[in-house]
Design a protein around this ligand. Sequence first.
Ligand SMILES: C[S@@+](CC[C@H](N)C(=O)[O-])C[C@H]1O[C@@H](n2cnc3c(N)ncnc32)[C@H](O)[C@@H]1O
Length: 221
Amino acid sequence: MSQERWNAVDDFVTALVVDEDDALRAAVADSAQAGLPQIAVSPPQGKMLQLLARVHGARTILELGTLAAYSTIWLARALPPDGHLVTLELQPHFAQVARANIERAGLSALVEQRVGPASESLDALREEGAGPFDMVFIDADKARTPEYFTQALELTRPGALFVVDNVVRDGELANQRTDDPGVRGMRRLHKQLAGDERFSATTIQTVGVKGYDGFTLILRN
Ligand SMILES: C[S@@+](CC[C@H](N)C(=O)[O-])C[C@H]1O[C@@H](n2cnc3c(N)ncnc32)[C@H](O)[C@@H]1O
C-alpha cells in the first residue's frame, strides 16, 4: 500500500461525503498563506471528530492545540447553539490566524481561545472552575500528552470522551527502544491507561493524507 493510494482514497471520500465547505477550505488556505505548519487533521478526520462529538451529544468541548482552528471548526459545528468550546494554543501568531478563521466560520460566539502553554491554561481553567467538559481533543505537543490527559481529566465529567491524535506515529508506538519524545509520550499514555478501571480505551491505526498514524479514544467511566 502506498501513500499515493491513501491520498486517492482520502480525496474520494472528501469529495463525496465529508462536506468540507468554503470556511474550512479558506482556513487551510489562510494558514498556509500565513506560514503555519500544515499539520491539521485531514478532512475525513475532521469530520470524524465532528461525528464523535455529535454521537456523544457534546455540549462542551476542550481542545489542546488550535493551530489555525481547522479541527476547532469541525468540532464547534457539532455543538448546540448554547454550546461552548475552549481551545488552547501556545503560539500567539497561530492563535491570531485561528481567530480570523473562527470568525469567518461564524463560530466566535461558541469558541473561546486561550493563548499560552497548555499546562498553564489548564491550571487556570481548573482554578476558575471551568467545565465540566463533555469531550476533550488532545492535539498539542505530543511528549506531554499524558500530563495533559491528567490535567484535563479534572475538568471533565464521568462519561467524558477523550480523543488523542498522532498516537501511532508510523508504528513507532510499538517500539520500546524509541527515543522520540512524542512517541515516548504516547507509550506513557498507554501505560497510564493500562489496568485503570476509571477508563475504557482503545487505539485505532489510520492511513490517509496524514500518512500512517492513529487516534486513541478514551471514555471516562
Ligand atoms: C498538530 S497541531 C494542532 C492541529 C489542530 N488541532 C488541527 O487539527 O487543526 C499542534 C498545535 O499545538 C500547539 N502547541 C504545541 N505545544 C503547545 C503547548 N505547550 N501548549 C499549547 N499548544 C501547544 C502547536 O503550536 C500547534 O499549533
